[in-house]
Design a protein around this ligand. Structure first.
Ligand SMILES: *Cc1c(COP(=O)(O)O)cnc(C)c1O
Length: 428
């Protein structure tokens, strides 16, 4: 399958090129012109997860990755479950946080890393690869762990200084080897802007083999399609076509993957785009005006994004009539409500965290009788230990993956929001 640049219709590439280059000309995103359709969805949902993931992913990658290689990649990437945990009669949480860094970004980052490694082995032109990525929290850990120790791949991770939790930070700043981390004196949008500037510098891109592992990389998106199928596979047959999925959204990669899953034939009834106070999309869905405000800090800081970089893909799905705009609604949840919702979930016997709470509130707000609600649990509650403990008045044990890194030294360096500084770091 070919991928088109959404900003330059003349640039059409294969999957490998899209994964290796990340962004296209004019900072355009790569995307399939037409999403492939799957037949026999019920059969697909009855399959073991790895066979189903194979059937889904080969639609997108078969031109560059043979069936056996893809099976091997899938066996390496999808090593942990995504259980659907019931919260009440009508609502369940799809827990996407059972991977090595306890967040859903493990799916995309691990798939991307293993695809790149495959291309390096089979299409090797001896060139180096440098992964440059900006993180508002969980991307950093997922990318660092996914690429850590891979041959011939350097990783540089930018994050907004002081704006992510200590635990989140320790999960990617304590790895040595091929992982370098940079604390930027700005917010996440500043980090994203720096990354874009680097990709605009063709000379730099060539010199260091620059590649972004952000959610703009189409490989991450494709990996995330799989768990939407997994979600419906875990529902009783009778509920499947009444499913409403609420997605806690920041850069909107996760929601975009769900929309692709639906376009492939998965009978998701509708979606809710839940955001925190960074509500560009919910406002846009309401009044049709794209008007990003300055980014504000919230409890759900991995969603503190006011210019979501995956939105053009969703817009394209709508414009090309592959997605019905009417099956998407938005809800922005403020800080007070996030805390209240977290308590509400706790009272129902489910310990969650701020991002998933924002999504759950989307269901609370709009779920009709007869509908089945699923909200995506994007991070383990312990990743947001201090806010969860404070709001719920409980103590959370630290899972091993986090406990291991808390005692290690933070190896990050600090940097102003300056293109020249990041360039120097990359060239070093
Ligand atoms: C990244 C992240 C999100 C937002 O996902 P997008 O694909 O950027 O919309 C939500 N929750 C958590 C915990 C995250 O890390």
């Amino acid at each position: 399958m070919k991928l088109h640049n959404l900003k330059d219709s003349n640039q059409i590439v294969d999957f490998a090129t899209a994964v290796k280059t990340g962004l296209g000309n004019n900072q355009g995103l790569f995307f399939p012109a037409k999403v492939p359709q799957l037949k026999n969805i019920d059969e697909l949902l009855a399959m073991p997860t790895s066979a189903r993931n194979f059937a889904i992913l080969r639609q997108f990658v078969s031109e560059n990755i043979g069936d056996d290689a893809l099976k091997a990649i899938i066996a390496k990437v999808f090593t942990f479950p995504s259980p659907l945990k019931s919260v009440n009669q009508q609502v369940s949480c799809l827990e996407l946080f059972h991977g090595p860094t306890l967040a859903f970004k493990d799916f995309g980052a691990r798939f991307m890393a293993n695809c790149l490694q495959h291309f390096a082995r089979t299409q090797s032109d001896g060139e180096k690869i440098t992964i440059l990525t900006a993180t508002s929290g969980d991307t950093g850990a997922a990318v660092a762990h996914a690429f850590h120790g891979l041959d011939n791949i350097e990783v540089v991770i930018l994050f907004p200084k002081g704006k992510i939790s200590d635990l989140q930070q320790k999960m990617f700043t304590t790895l040595a080897g091929n992982i370098r981390t940079v604390a930027v004196e700005g917010d996440f949008d500043d980090c994203q802007k720096l990354v874009k500037q680097c990709f605009d510098d063709n000379e730099l891109v060539r010199q260091v083999g620059l590649n972004s592992a952000n959610s703009i990389n189409v490989s991450r998106l494709f990996a995330q399609i799989c768990y939407y199928f997994d979600a419906l596979a875990q529902l009783p047959l009778t509920q499947r076509d009444q499913t409403v999925i609420a997605v806690p959204s920041g850069n909107f990669g996760n929601l975009c993957a769900g929309i692709i899953a639906q376009a492939m034939g998965l009978p998701i009834k509708r979606f809710i785009a839940s955001t925190n106070l960074n509500d560009t999309v919910p406002r846009y869905l309401k009044d049709g005006v794209w008007a990003p405000n300055a980014t504000v800090e919230t409890l759900s800081n991995a969603m503190d994004v006011s210019k979501p970089n995956n939105w053009p893909r969703i817009e394209y799905m709508i414009q090309s009539a592959q997605f019905d705009r009417d099956s998407l609604s938005g809800l922005a949840v403020d800080e007070q409500q996030t805390a209240t919702t977290l308590k509400d979930l706790h009272q129902q016997g489910y310990i969650s965290e701020p991002h998933a709470a924002v999504a759950y509130q989307g269901l609370q707000d709009s779920l009709d009788d007869g509908e089945t609600g699923i909200f995506l649990g994007t991070a383990h509650p312990a990743k947001f230990k201090s806010s969860v403990e404070e709001i719920l008045g409980i103590k959370l044990p630290l899972p091993e993956a986090i406990a291991d890194c808390t005692h290690k030294p933070d190896l990050s360096i600090e940097m102003e929001v300056q293109f020249e500084s990041i360039k120097k770091i990359l060239l070093n």
